[in-house]
Design a protein around this ligand. Structure first.
Ligand code: BZD
Length: 818
């Protein structure tokens, strides 16, 4: 007998149908006959909200009235993906929904697809935040996600006729949005600019120049089978001055709305940069905007109606996790609130503040650590600059009591010296919080040993690791219903959805050929589904009888999409030159998905190259359909959910020491793909768990990379040494992929041959060599699938429920509501 622990539906199909009809009538104003799938989507969403409402109330009440410390996850990004099906799953209403909408004459998938995906994040960091709030709610831990409701999410990616990336605005809020509840009654004022004056009693007063109204938009975050519903509170900026009537009366409309436009610009657009933050005033405005509103909100929530609350208890009410440095301005903000608004002395305020905040670092690239010019902070937030300087002074004094190493103390300054002093946000976060963590074991080690070395020397206890994880609800159960059913069958229970380590129970089944064949059939069916999806959405013709080999992630040099495309070109060159017989080539379909930051020249050129390789290779009769390259545009959560379950081989080929963790790697392993990867980020832990024999490892280690940098890296040497690499690069230069034009990719080629900062060329030979192992195994389907199944069985550790449990134990020191 199979044990079913999935939540029980609070409704019957008939009730669900009646409720949808009711919402169609009263909310949408249409009859079921007039309704479109989009109407049914809105109506169904309102119905689900209705059934979650009591649990939402109760969770909030229990949180405020109880003694369990809450978590405030402060993040500039929450890449949520579509909401409806996830809410249905967590509320136990999937079957009733499917039956109800079918009864009304609609296809459930059309209704699900009618939802416009909120793309309020760039990539891994934003999606991690979404997985984490799902896990917090599923574990029953009281929590807020705090962020920004951007009007425009990450840009919509298109490709022009030359294969170049074109960015289009992502105006997701132009569509009806039934999930967010805009709560005008709970807005917060956020101030900017102006000056600081010293009052007669010596205290400071910030006299700001302008302010905006931060209005919360609340989203339910339903837990899976926990009966709990947490809140994602995203702030939107509204103007206090709708418009200036005097100007308007002079018919100068544009100038009349200026104050409104300036204020509302703050939450208008998500910055599309990943890994290279730009020092822009608007970005700092955004950061301060959501953090200030969130801190005041937490005080309002936890000390309701109190004028003079005892904020020394604040760290017992809520712990704030800083998702990278973007919300770090919260540290001086809480200091300011405590000192200026509530009258605490410095030391008390500092004690409260440092006990409230913790910081997660998501990078190792030095250029990705945010640094703000003190001048800019001073103009926008003059009181905060004073506080930051005071924190810096006190911190240096404290360091002097801990070490005599003056050079070290100097390196650790939060505010640098010189004509144009800078504020290092990662240092401020480390000094101003209780814990600092990296996002995978290797990353946390490198953080301690390299990036924040001086800090970990002096404050070793502050540093810890929490390896990332992903939610099995969205990324297995929703994305891969076939595999989910097979797992439940294999384990005899569906409890794995809340306890993913149970997947270990599949391990013995890897010896059972019949089970492995069922597993293979799931993958095959998923590939056929994806081929149909790619045809429908993109017009691509994918052959599901080829190996599906996927590389999806942001386009960045360190991630090395170049390595993948160069290896592919080398294969193509082998076929063209007759070096390999095309009939011997293992048929492969290579699928890329990636957005490049709009200002990232080489990344955009790489996209153009991939698109043109696809054009040439897919249309070359000499290839006989053995090599296929597809680049579905606008990679997003929806596409991920379709593509990951259909993938045979996943690429995680960053230069060792550069990918902090990766989370795609976890999603693929959990969906039964094999990984080809370097010893980087969480790959290291995935390989440890699934077994070295079930992972295609290649390339230099961190130590080898460091050594090569030290010796002086010369990429041209590798170009000369490997004829296949030479042939591939020459093919990029000779116009094969640019209609004969030899200049198109010249900057990319020049970079490879003279700089190649991430050592693509040095790892090329190893990467092409491992391909024969991959292909040999793929030619034995049963063995391939056995190993892929072992990947699933041994990846339960990579659930975000486990990550959150680690945060609870190591950092937050709280737990589920009673
Ligand atoms: O965070 C990513 C890392 O590159 C991944 O290795 C890691 O798995 C995830 C989650 O920890 N970092 C980002 O996604 N960073 C950003 O998106 C970002 C956004 C704005 C500014 C700077 C970085």
């Amino acid at each position: 007998m199979t044990e079913i622990t999935a939540p029980k539906s609070p409704v019957t199909t008939e009730e669900f149908t009646d409720r949808i009809r009711e919402q169609l009538k009263y909310a949408q104003g249409v009859t079921p006959e007039q309704a479109t799938p989009a109407d049914v989507y809105v109506a169904s969403s309102l119905v689900v909200r209705h059934y979650l409402q009591d649990a939402w109330f109760k969770t909030q009440q229990d949180m405020v009235n109880g003694n369990t410390k809450a978590v405030g996850y402060l993040s500039a990004e929450f890449l949520m993906g579509k909401q409806l099906r996830n809410a249905l799953l967590n509320a136990g209403m999937i079957d009733q929904f499917d039956a109800a909408v079918e009864g009304l004459g609609f296809k459930p998938q059309d209704v699900i697809d009618a939802e416009y995906e909120p793309a309020l994040g760039n990539g891994g960091l934003g999606r991690l935040a979404a997985c984490f709030i799902d896990s917090l709610a599923s574990l029953g831990v009281p929590a807020f996600g705090y962020g920004i409701q951007y009007r425009y999410g990450i840009f919509k990616q298109e490709f022009d006729k030359d294969g170049k990336q074109v960015e289009k605005p992502e105006y997701w809020l132009a569509n009806e949005e039934p999930w967010g509840h805009t709560d005008y009654n709970r807005s917060q004022r956020v101030n900017f600019g102006g000056k600081v004056v010293t009052k007669a009693d010596g205290s400071k007063e910030w006299q700001p120049e302008w302010s905006v109204r931060a209005v919360p938009v609340d989203y339910m975050v339903p837990g899976y089978a926990s009966g709990r519903v947490n809140t994602l509170r995203l702030w939107t900026a509204k103007s206090y001055d709708e418009f200036d009537l005097a100007t308007f009366n002079k018919s100068d409309y544009l100038n009349a709305v200026k104050p409104k436009v300036k204020a509302e610009d703050i939450s208008k657009i998500l910055y599309p940069e990943d890994s290279t933050p730009q020092g822009k005033a608007l970005r700092l405005e955004q950061q301060y905007f959501f953090v200030s509103a969130s801190i005041h909100d937490a005080i309002r929530v936890f000390y309701p109606g109190q004028d003079k609350p005892d904020l020394t208890t604040f760290p017992d009410k809520i712990t704030f996790q800083l998702n990278d440095t973007h919300p770090v301005i919260g540290i001086p903000e809480l200091m300011r609130v405590l000192i200026d608004e509530y009258g605490y002395d410095w030391n008390t305020a500092w004690d409260i503040t440092t006990r409230t905040f913790n910081y997660t670092c998501h990078t190792l690239l030095p250029e990705a650590l945010e640094v703000w010019p003190a001048k800019l902070i001073g103009e926008l937030l003059p009181r905060h600059l004073e506080i930051i300087k005071a924190i810096n002074t006190n911190f240096l004094a404290e360091l002097a009591t801990k070490t005599r190493d003056k050079a070290k103390i100097d390196r650790m300054r939060i505010v640098t010296e010189g004509d144009n002093p800078q504020v290092r946000m990662a240092y401020l976060a480390t000094a101003g919080g209780s814990h600092v963590n990296g996002v995978a074991a290797l990353h946390s080690e490198l953080l301690k040993d390299v990036t924040l070395r001086d800090f970990s020397d002096i404050y070793p206890d502050k540093f810890t690791n929490v390896t990332n994880g992903v939610t099995p609800r969205r990324f297995i159960r929703l994305a891969n219903p076939r595999l989910s059913a097979l797992i439940t069958e294999g384990l005899g229970t569906d409890r794995w959805l809340s306890d993913l380590e149970l997947l270990k129970g599949l391990e013995p089944l890897a010896k059972d050929d019949e089970f492995v064949k069922k597993f293979a059939a799931v993958k095959q069916a998923n590939k056929e589904d994806f081929a149909a999806y790619a045809k429908r959405e993109y017009g691509f013709e994918l052959d599901p009888n080829t190996m599906f080999n996927t590389m999806v992630k942001r386009l960045h040099e360190y991630k090395r999409q170049s390595l993948k495309i160069l290896a592919l070109i080398a294969k193509y060159a082998d076929i063209k030159s007759g070096k390999v017989n095309v009939d011997d080539v293992l048929p492969r379909t290579v699928i890329f998905g990636a957005k490049a930051a709009p200002g990232y020249y080489l990344a955009k050129m790489t996209i153009q190259l991939i698109n043109n390789v696809a054009r040439v290779v897919n249309n070359d009769p000499d290839v006989k359909g053995k090599l296929n390259v597809y680049f579905p545009w606008n990679y997003n959560v929806r596409l991920a959910q379709h593509l990951i379950p259909a993938t045979d081989l996943d690429e995680q080929i960053s230069q060792a020491g550069k990918e902090a963790s990766g989370t795609g790697n976890m999603k693929f392993a959990l969906n039964g793909a094999m990984t080809v990867g370097t010893l980087d980020g969480a790959n290291v832990e995935i390989r440890e768990r699934v077994g070295a024999e079930n992972f295609f490892l290649f390339g230099m280690t961190v130590d080898e990379v460091d050594k090569l940098y030290e010796e002086g890296y010369s990429p041209a040497k590798y170009y000369e040494a490997d004829p296949r690499l030479k042939a591939a690069i020459d093919m990029v230069s000779d116009g094969t992929f640019s209609n004969g034009d030899r200049n198109t990719y010249a900057p990319l080629v020049a970079d490879w041959l003279t700089k190649d900062w991430f050592m693509t060329l040095a790892d090329f030979t190893a990467y092409t060599e491992i391909q024969s192992d991959i292909e040999a195994l793929y030619r034995q389907p049963l063995e391939w699938n056995r190993k892929a199944l072992l990947n699933v069985a041994n990846s339960g550790y990579f659930s975000s429920d486990r990550s959150i449990t680690d945060y609870l134990e190591r950092i937050w020191h709280t737990g589920p509501l009673a």
